[in-house]
Every structure is written in structure tokens, then in C-alpha cells.
Design a protein around this ligand. Structure first.
Ligand code: TTP
Ligand code: MG
Length: 375
């Protein structure tokens, strides 16, 4: 692993950058309201209600506050924290600026969220062949335009670039050169693999897999048997292999909506009504984005914070909000403990989205016939 501005003569077959803004929502609040600078800022749900933290400034993180934590818990950890509601429009407009800057370097950009994108900079518009110099320029450019810092990771593939961007946050720049990959992964704790949370970490630890090196040394067949397709992909990553390429016309592969209730709910008719509302929201989104899908996903968070998801895949594309709602209600009734175990949050989504233009025969009867009231 290398810090910025080293020039080493190593052959890169692919140079992938992962750029991720630091404490994105909170940093924008601190920029726009200088009184908040240097202070613990927590953006998210009402700390006196039941929402969760979207993000916390680095000052707030020192109190143990992190994304997805109940805001009420964040308040207990940091009673003097500055709690703010998200200003999504402001964040979206900064995101557009950042993505426009990235485009100056390459068209091979894949945004992952508002504050994060992969770039293939093997060839770049400025013809700069030193990845470290290029990444420094990108960071400086972002700062000059937005007064916000980003962290960047440069590596031979997506997975390593993402891990690298997280190594030296905030305002970091980390390079993993092709000839450093094996050494880098040898002692990398499994928890550093994107997507591995505390539960999977525990499972891997139980099996004596503590580092990527431990996983790489095991048989890929074992991982496939134990964890299926996901296990095979994990084993490959631990070996430093990730062939993913930039998807330029990247579109979200799923859409969903969810809500935390002001109090825990046992009442099934109430939950069904919410599912009907969410089904309309989700369907509206699909319509706006000219997309469709076959898989309905229901998410339930119980009062004790246990989260489950249940899904059903249809043989045909979804045609109406009523159809989504009907499936969601059946899943709720048959595949969850709704009614007996109080529910804190429900969410509803469609996964495996594809463009409607891929299924032209469906387009006319899908939206014209079923949703005359929405434009
Ligand atoms: P992240 O990039 O995961 O986090 P961050 O930018 O706040 O902090 P850092 O990258 O420095 O660790 O997410 C980007 C934004 O997405 C974040 O500012 C708020 C939002 N977000 C949520 O709303 N809920 C979440 O659970 C997470 C993880 C992020
Ligand atoms: Mg970020």
C-alpha cells in the first residue's frame, strides 16, 4: 500500500479509482453553516423520535455515532451534538458538481451513490500516466469547486480501489500497486471487505477466517459449498481478483421505500395500508425511470432491531401498484411474524430492475392502462 505521489515503474493493466466524499451530508452542513465547523454534527432522523442517523461528522464519530444508528441513541452518546434534518436537494446538487468534475478525466464513470463513484482511469482524457498524480488532481479539483474533501483509492480493480479509498479517511489517497496486492491482502481483516458486517464477520471468525489471506489459502470449493455464489465471489476478492467493469449507463438495480413508525406496530390492517402506499410510490418511481422488474422485496425491522427481508419473483414483469401491494401483503402475512412480533419499520422494493425499452411489448399496456391518474 502506498501513499500519494510516489512514482513507481509498475505495469498496470487496469487503473481503477474509487472516489468517496468524506462525511458527505454532514460536511455539506458544516460548509454551509460555519458555526457547525469542528463540532459533532449528526444528520438524520429526529433524535426525539424513532429515525436513524444518516451520517455523522468526524467529530461526532468520536462519540461512537455512525450511520444507521437510532438517532435517540446518538443523542444519548452526544447530548451536545448538533442534530439536523437532511437537505437532500443541497446534497444532490453537490453530487452533480462532483460527478461533472470526474467526467473531465474520463467518461468511464460509475456512480454508486450520491457521494461515491468508480472510474476507470487506465486511459484518461488528460493523458496522465501517473495514477497518483491524477488522483491528487481529482481531489484538488473537487475541493476547489465544492470546498469539500474526498478520499480516493487507486488499485487494479474495483474491490481493491474501494478498500483503498477507505484506508485513510478523511481526505485520504491510497494506492495499491499491482505488485503489492498479495501482501496487502495477506493481513487485511475480513471486516474490511465491503459488504461484510458484524454478523458475517462473526461467521467467518467462527470458521477461523480472520484475514483475506486466510480465505485465499482455503479451497474455493469450500467457499462455494458453504456460501454459494456469494462465497465464490468472496474467495476471488480475497485472492485480489475482481473483473467487474465500469457500467457507464449505470441505472439502479433496485428501488425501495421504507419508514420507521412512531411506535411499534402489531396491527396488520395498518401495515397493509402502508404497503399499499409504498407500492404506489415504488411504482411511480419505476414509471418515472422507465424501468420494470419481477421481484418484490419486503423488509421488516422488528422492535428488537432484527431485520428480515422476504421476496417473491414473478414470472412476468410487474404491471401495477395493486400487484406489488398484493404480493407484499401476502409476504407480510405468510413470511413474517407480523401481528405477533411488534414491527418498527417496513420497507417495500422491487429488485432486478431493467429498462422498459428492453421489453417493448409491455410498455403500452403497463403504464397507460394501469395508472391513468399519474402523469
Ligand atoms: P457514506 O459514503 O457511506 O458515508 P459518509 O460520506 O457520510 O462518510 P465517509 O464516507 O467519510 O465514511 O455515505 C454517503 C452519504 O449517504 C452519507 O453522508 C449519508 C448517506 N447515508 C445514509 O443516509 N444512510 C446510511 O446508512 C449511509 C451509510 C449513508
Ligand atoms: Mg462518503
Amino acid at each position: 500500500m502506498s501513499k500519494a505521489n510516489q512514482k513507481r515503474d509498475v505495469l498496470w493493466t487496469r487503473v481503477i479509482a474509487h472516489v468517496d466524499m468524506d462525511a458527505f451530508y454532514a460536511a455539506i452542513e458544516q460548509r454551509d453553516f460555519p458555526d457547525y465547523q469542528g463540532k459533532p454534527v449528526i444528520v438524520g432522523g429526529n433524535p426525539h423520535g424513532r429515525g436513524v442517523v444518516s451520517t455523522a461528522s468526524y467529530e461526532a464519530r468520536k462519540f461512537g455515532i455512525h450511520s444507521a444508528m437510532p438517532s435517540s441513541q446518538a443523542l444519548r452518546l452526544c447530548p451536545k451534538g448538533i442534530f439536523l434534518k437532511p437537505r437532500m436537494e443541497a446534497y444532490k446538487s453537490v453530487s452533480k458538481m462532483v460527478m461533472a468534475i470526474l467526467k473531465k478525466y474520463t467518461d468511464l464513470i460509475e456512480p454508486v451513490s450520491l457521494d461515491e463513484a468508480y472510474m476507470d482511469i487506465t486511459k484518461n482524457k488528460l493523458g496522465i500516466d501517473n495514477p497518483s498524480v491524477l488522483a491528487s488532481m481529482i481531489k484538488q479539483n473537487i475541493f476547489a469547486a465544492t470546498k469539500l474533501t474526498a478520499s480516493a483509492g487507486i488499485a487494479p480493480n474495483f474491490f481493491l480501489a474501494k478498500v483503498a479509498s477507505d484506508m485513510d479517511k478523511p481526505d485520504g489517497l491510497t494506492l495499491i500497486y499491482p505488485d503489492e496486492v498479495e501482501q496487502f491482502l495477506k493481513d487485511l481483516p475480513v471486516r474490511k471487505i465491503p459488504g461484510i458486517g458484524p454478523v458475517t464477520e462473526k461467521t467467518l471468525h467462527r470458521e477461523k477466517f480472520f484475514t483475506c489471506g486466510d480465505i485465499a489459502a482455503a479451497s474455493p470449493i469450500y467457499f462455494h459449498r458453504k456460501f454459494g455464489k456469494w462465497g465464490s465471489s468472496l474467495h476471488q476478492k480475497a485472492m485480489g481478483i475482481d473483473y467487474r467493469e465500469i457500467e457507464v449507463d449505470w441505472e439502479p438495480k433496485q428501488c425501495s421505500t421504507e419508514n420507521t413508525f412512531p411506535e411499534d406496530i402489531n396491527d396488520i390492517p395498518f401495515l397493509n395500508e402502508r404497503l399499499e402506499e409504498y407500492a404506489c410510490e415504488v411504482f411511480e418511481y419505476l414509471k418515472k425511470k422507465n424501468r420494470t422488474g419481477k421481484t418484490v422485496v419486503l423488509k421488516v425491522k422488528y422492535h428488537d432491531f432484527e431485520v428480515i427481508t422476504r421476496s417473491k419473483t414473478l414470472s412476468q414483469d410487474i404491471k401495477s401498484p395493486e400487484e406489488i401491494a398484493a404480493i407484499a401483503k401476502t409476504l407480510l402475512l405468510k413470511k413474517t411474524s407480523a401481528g405477533t412480533k411488534p414491527i418498527r419499520l417496513i420497507g417495500l422494493g422491487i429488485s432486478g430492475l431493467k429498462s422498459l425499452s428492453e421489453t417493448p411489448s409491455l410498455q403500452s399496456d403497463l403504464f397507460e392502462a394501469t395508472l391513468p391518474s399519474t402523469s
